[in-house]
Design a protein around this ligand. Structure first.
Ligand code: PLP
Length: 384
């Protein structure tokens, strides 16, 4: 019994996510070179799009700051010893969160009146670390209609924020809705609205133009690569850092990006099936000839999309083969009739090197962001 009460040091598992630190740094360098004048905020929210936030912060040593979505994500990085600026890109949602954000020295985005009031009220709090000045990003809504102040309120909110003792430096930002579309008219409109709102904001106390002198940030990955006029003082790169294309209709490879995560598994069973035999749940797919079907470990409990359609690409032993039938919780089935040399134990790549995640996402009717974020704890991560 004693031998069973302690966990073994390593439990083998078939589904493995290999994360290439070299590819990470390559993508970072490529994006940095695309916006050489701008400071670089590496967006590592959602556990670095499923890649591991702490590992991302360690790999992306050239980043000037990191962006996360939730307080817990920022605290996790601080506890792991990350000392660079960390921006809470949705700000805080309660005064309890505000106190923790200030204690862990997280920079705040302020996008809503309730957050301004929260900051104003925190004057009264006597926690000694509380009023250590932070960078505060004022977020403006230029058309995304999700977060941010209406443009005609920018001046008023900026004046209220800049006098608060916890606001060490005010910066201004907005977010694009359509930067992934080449030649997007909306991106140009949002840029013009942003510029006019920032320029029209003149300070009472200074002769200069206060908001116009603040650092500005607009560009996500897509805008970094195709709208240089949006680069300004800070760029905010997410998806392209991970090697997926941020631009509709462009492959990651054509942009010079390299896949960071390769999700791989193994063939765990192989069978010869006659014509007309159904495969998988719902018997939704049937062989149209004598077929060899490989059963591969890896299903929606590992993070594969159940929306992957028959015909979705899978690499078996380095060669393309179509997924057939439904994705199960722990397995998929792949038609390997046209491949020789497939055996139980053959390596299977579900996305990554040799199989762009953007193609897999398209076959599931979704985007790479969602596939990456969905990889579950059951998958073993290896950092190379
Ligand atoms: C997620 C996010 C980004 C990064 O977007 P990508 O398309 O992944 O480059 C940038 N800015 C904000 C505010 C975000 O929430």
């Amino acid at each position: 019994m004693a031998t069973r009460t302690a966990a073994p040091s390593r439990i083998p598992t078939p589904v493995v996510a290999r994360v290439s630190l070299a590819a990470w740094r390559h993508n970072f360098a490529l994006l940095k070179a695309a916006a050489p004048q701008s400071r670089f905020l590496a967006v590592i929210k959602a556990n670095a799009y499923g890649h591991g936030a702490i590992e991302a912060a360690r790999a992306l040593t050239g980043a000037d700051a990191f962006g996360v979505a939730r307080l817990g994500e920022g605290v996790e990085l601080r506890v792991a010893g990350v000392t660079r600026p960390i921006v809470l890109m949705e700000g805080v949602f309660s005064s309890e969160e505000l106190a923790l954000a200030l204690r862990y020295e997280l920079d705040l985005v302020v996008h809503d009146e309730t957050q301004v009031v929260m900051l104003e009220k925190s004057f009264k709090v006597t926690d000694p670390g509380f009023n250590a000045p932070r960078v505060v990003w004022l977020k403006l809504d230029t058309g995304m209609s999700r977060l941010g102040f209406a443009l005609d309120r920018a001046r008023n909110v900026a004046e209220r924020l800049r006098i608060l003792p916890m606001v060490g430096e005010l910066r201004v930002m907005t977010h694009f809705a359509c930067a992934d579309e080449p030649e997007s008219a909306m991106t140009c409109e949002q840029l013009e609205l942003f510029d006019s709102a920032v320029k029209e904001t003149t300070s009472f106390s200074n002769s200069g133009n206060f908001l116009a002198s603040c650092h500005a940030s607009l560009a996500n990955s897509a805008a970094i690569l195709q709208f240089p006029s949006t680069h300004r003082d800070w760029v905010r790169a997410g998806i392209a850092l991970y090697g997926s294309s941020p631009i509709v209709g462009r492959s990651a490879e054509s942009l010079g990006l390299k896949p960071v995560m390769t999700l791989s598994s193994r063939v765990i069973a192989l069978r010869e099936l006659p014509l007309g035999q159904s495969v998988g749940y719902g018997a939704s797919w049937r062989t149209a000839r004598r077929s060899r079907i490989a059963t591969v470990a890896g299903g929606y409990a590992d993070g594969l999309s159940r929306h992957l359609r028959t015909g979705a690409p899978v690499l078996v032993g380095g060669r393309l083969a179509p997924l057939v039938g439904r994705v199960s919780m722990d397995m998929i089935t792949v038609d390997v009739t046209d491949l020789d040399d497939v055996h139980v134990g053959s390596e299977v790549v579900l996305w990554g090197e040799g199989l762009p995640i953007d193609e897999v996402a398209a076959a599931a009717g979704t985007i790479a962001y969602q596939l990456l974020c969905a990889v579950t704890h059951r998958v073993a991560f290896q950092y190379l």
